[in-house]
Design a protein around this ligand. Structure first.
Ligand SMILES: [Mg+2]
Length: 269
């Protein structure tokens, strides 16, 4: 006799109340790729996410540093499905089914504040001869991501030092923003964009009693803390013990899909 697949999430969920499934995108649902514009979902991912978001007792959200418009592009095959897209670390929250934003940042104000800071970052990188070092500046409308994945290892510390130096010395210009480290990226981000704050919003909005958050990056730590505080389940991808607030660790994206597959197979409505 075949035993049903077990998983940490399926074991956690008591099925007395809806399960909130909150998932980071890059490094959690897709492997990290050198070119961030090519982070497509693996084919098996579509079917699984579709199955999970059609389940009447599972609420699915993607919680990413990407913008909602980027998430809509990468997840276009799920258009019209019940999947909440939280972009910009929760700075914007979009419900595609209703074509409705639950949360939107003050675009004009933030852009006005970001523009002079962006110019200063570029000027300092240029002055330090770092602008052509392989840096990729990603303009995200409300934030500026400085990717240094393709920069020579010996040069990376200079870039990091330059950005932190700017935030230390120019406190007036940088006041509305924080420097958020990620995997081979430093993001100049409005202080109000925070994954911990985002999952608290979802938890209340969905009126959850049970929820699970899966993520792989430094930015996910705030979400782990918030979900832990609410008695939820947290899983970190590719972390080592002692480096994360998550309760469980899995080693790779494939493990996330095995978890989700097990949950989907046990979640017959
Ligand atoms: Mg990630």
């Amino acid at each position: 006799m075949l035993l049903p697949m077990r998983s940490t999430i399926a074991d956690y969920w008591r099925r007395e109340s809806p399960l909130g499934l909150m998932l980071d995108y890059d490094g959690t649902l897709t492997p990290i790729v050198p070119d961030p514009t090519q982070a497509f979902l693996p084919p098996a991912g579509w079917e699984l996410l579709l199955k999970l978001c059609r389940h009447p007792w599972i609420r699915v959200a993607i919680v990413s540093g990407r913008s909602v418009s980027q998430l809509r592009f990468f997840l276009s095959a799920l258009t019209g499905e019940a999947i909440t897209l939280c972009g910009l670390h929760g700075g914007e929250i979009y419900v595609p089914q209703k074509d409705h934003f639950l949360r939107q940042p003050n675009r004009e104000q933030l852009q006005q504040q970001l523009q002079p800071l962006r110019e200063k970052v570029i000027a300092q990188l240029t002055a330090a001869n770092l602008l052509n070092s392989g840096i990729f500046l990603e303009d995200k409308t409300y934030s500026l991501a400085v990717h240094y994945r393709q920069v020579e290892a010996s040069v990376k510390p200079q870039i990091i030092e330059l950005l932190y130096g700017l935030f230390t010395h120019d406190t007036e210009l940088t006041a509305p923003f924080k420097l958020q480290p990620g995997k081979e990226v430093l993001e100049v981000l409005p202080r109000t964009f925070d994954k911990g704050d985002c999952v608290v919003f979802l938890w209340d909005f969905w009126q959850l009693r049970q929820g699970c958050y899966i993520g792989d990056d430094v930015t996910d730590e705030a979400a782990f803390v918030a979900v832990n505080q609410r008695g939820g389940l947290t899983i970190a991808v590719g972390k080592t013990p002692g480096t994360t607030q998550a309760q469980h660790i899995c080693s790779e994206v494939g493990d996330v899909y095995r978890e989700l597959a097990a949950l989907a197979s046990q979640s017959k409505s």
